[in-house]
Design a binder for this molecule. Structure first.
Ligand SMILES: Cc1cc2nc3c(=O)[nH]c(=O)nc-3n(C[C@H](O)[C@H](O)[C@H](O)COP(=O)(O)OP(=O)(O)OC[C@H]3O[C@@H](n4cnc5c(N)ncnc54)[C@H](O)[C@@H]3O)c2cc1C
Length: 388
C-alpha cells in the first residue's frame, strides 16, 4: 500500500470530495482521501438530496465566487458526463420588517451585473399560486438559482477522483497528525501515511484535526433538520412549476421543489440547537418541526400534509458565518476549509481553490475574507452574526 502522497485530504464530505477530485486532476494517484465513516454517510453536513445554489448573495465577493462555482460545476459535469445542477429559478421573499435587508442582495447583483426581477406579492402569487403572501412582501426572482444535488455531486466528485487514480479510504478515522519537517504524517485506521500537502475538510470535526497542531478556532455546531411534506398537491411543487425559495428574515425559512423525495422540502436556517459531533442525535426537534408546520400552513398551505421524512444535519459556523478557506499560518503546508453552513453550492469551486492553495501556494480568487487568522476566529466571546 502506497504510504507517501503529494497530498492527503481529511474528510470526504462536500468540500473534501471536491478537493480530492480537483487535486486528482493534477496529481492522479498521488492524492489520498480519508473518511472516518462509510462514504455517503449521514453523520455530517453534506448529506441528503438537495442544496440551494444561487447568485443572489449579500456581498459582491460571494456573488463573484458563486459565478465561479457555476463554472466549476459545469467543468465537473462535462468531465463526469453527468448533469448535476438543476436550475429552477429562485425567489428571495422579503417582508416589510425583514431583518435581512434585500437591498444588500440587489446592490451586490447590480454591482456584478447579475440580472434579477423585483416583484410585488400579487405578481409573485400570479406566477406561483402555491404562495399565500401578504401585500407587504417583496420578491426578488433570479433565474439561475436552483438545486445542487448533495449526495449525487459528492458521488460524482469521488467517482471522477477515482477515475484519475486517487486513493480513497473510508471507515478509517484519522487519529494522529504530526508535522515532520516539510511533510505531515497522518495516522488513520491504524496505518501511517506521509504527504507534502494536507487538506483539512473535516466539517464539525475541524477543531479535532486542528488540535493535533495545537490550534483551534471559534466554531459553533448546531443540529438542524429538514422536512419533506406529503402533500396531495405534489404536482404543483414540481421543479418546472415551483422555484427554490428563501424567506429573508428571522426566523429564516427556505425550501425546495420536489427533488429526491415525493414532496417539497422545507427547513429553517439556524433553527437548531448547539451540539458536538458526539452529542448530536438523529431525533428531530419537536419545536423546530412545529415552526416549520406553522410557516407552511400560513404561507404554503397547499404544501402542507403529513411528513414523508424529517432528517437531521450538522451546521458548522464561524461567528461571522464567513467561510474559512486558508493555509494555517503556523503550518504553511496545511490548508483548511470550513463551509459556515452555506458552502455546498460552492463546494466544487472551493475544492478547486484548495487544490490551488496546496499545489500553487495561492488561488486567483480573493479569499482574504476567509482568512484563518481573522480575529473573530480567536476572540474570547465573539459576536455572532449568522443571518445571511
Ligand atoms: C440542513 C442543511 C442545509 C443546508 N443547506 C445549504 C444550501 O441550501 N446551500 C448551500 O450551499 N449549503 C447548504 N448547507 C451547507 C453545506 O451543506 C455545508 O456547508 C457543506 O456541505 C459542508 O461540507 P463539509 O465537507 O465541510 O462537511 P461534511 O460534509 O460534514 O464533511 C466533513 C467530513 O470529514 C469527515 N471527518 C471528520 N473528522 C475526520 C477524521 N478524524 N478522520 C476522517 N474523516 C473525518 C467527516 O466524517 C465528514 O465526512 C446546508 C447544510 C445543512 C446541514
Amino acid at each position: 500500500m502506497k504510504k507517501n502522497f503529494k497530498a492527503i485530504v481529511i474528510g470526504l464530505g462536500g468540500l473534501g470530495s471536491a478537493a480530492t477530485y480537483w487535486l486528482s486532476r493534477r496529481l492522479g494517484s498521488d492524492v489520498l482521501g480519508l473518511e472516518q465513516f462509510e462514504i455517503g454517510h449521514l453523520n455530517g453536513g453534506s448529506q441528503d438530496h438537495s442544496r440551494i445554489i444561487r447568485l443572489s448573495y449579500h456581498n459582491v465577493n460571494y456573488v463573484e465566487l458563486a459565478k465561479r462555482a457555476y463554472t466549476a460545476w459545469d467543468e465537473l459535469e462535462r468531465d463526469a458526463d453527468e448533469k448535476l445542477i438543476v436550475k429552477t429559478g429562485g425567489i428571495d421573499l422579503s417582508p416589510a420588517d425583514a431583518t435581512i435587508p434585500i437591498s444588500d442582495y440587489t446592490e451586490s447583483m447590480d454591482a456584478t451585473g447579475v440580472p434579477y426581477e423585483m416583484l410585488d406579492a400579487k405578481e409573485a402569487m400570479y406566477r406561483w399560486p402555491q404562495w399565500n403572501l401578504t401585500d407587504d412582501i417583496q420578491v426578488l426572482y433570479q433565474e439561475q438559482s436552483g438545486i445542487a444535488p448533495a449526495a449525487k455531486a459528492m458521488a460524482a466528485h469521488l467517482r471522477m477522483a477515482r477515475a484519475y487514480g486517487a486513493v480513497l479510504k473510508d471507515n478509517v478515522p484519522v487519529t494522529a497528525i504530526t508535522p515532520i519537517g516539510d511533510e505531515v504524517e497522518v495516522t488513520a485506521g491504524g496505518e501511517t501515511y506521509r504527504c507534502e500537502q494536507l487538506v483539512i475538510a473535516s466539517g464539525a470535526w475541524t477543531n479535532t484535526a486542528l488540535g493535533f497542531f495545537g490550534e483551534g478556532i471559534n466554531l459553533e455546531i448546531t443540529q438542524e433538520q429538514v422536512a419533506y411534506y406529503d402533500t396531495p398537491h405534489v404536482a404543483d411543487f414540481m421543479p418546472d412549476r415551483f422555484p427554490i425559495w428563501i424567506w429573508m428574515t428571522e426566523p429564516c425559512y427556505y425550501g425546495f421543489p420536489v427533488y429526491g423525495e415525493n414532496g417539497p422540502k422545507v427547513s429553517q436556517d439556524c433553527g437548531g440547537h448547539g451540539v458536538t459531533p458526539d452529542t448530536r442525535t438523529f431525533e428531530p426537534n419537536k419545536a423546530y418541526d412545529e415552526r416549520l408546520d406553522n410557516f407552511v400552513k400560513q404561507y404554503l398551505p397547499k404544501a402542507h400534509g403529513g411528513r414523508i421524512l424529517t432528517r437531521t444535519c450538522l451546521y458548522t459556523m464561524p461567528p461571522d458565518r464567513d467561510f474559512v478557506l486558508s493555509k494555517i499560518p503556523s503550518q504553511p503546508n496545511v490548508q483548511v476549509a470550513v463551509g459556515a453552513a452555506h458552502a455546498f453550492k460552492y463546494s466544487s469551486q472551493i475544492g478547486r481553490m484548495l487544490s490551488e492553495l496546496a499545489l500553487d501556494g495561492s488561488t486567483p480568487h480573493d479569499i482574504s475574507p476567509f482568512a484563518y487568522d481573522r480575529p473573530v476566529l480567536f476572540e474570547a466571546d465573539p459576536e455572532k452574526s449568522y443571518m445571511i
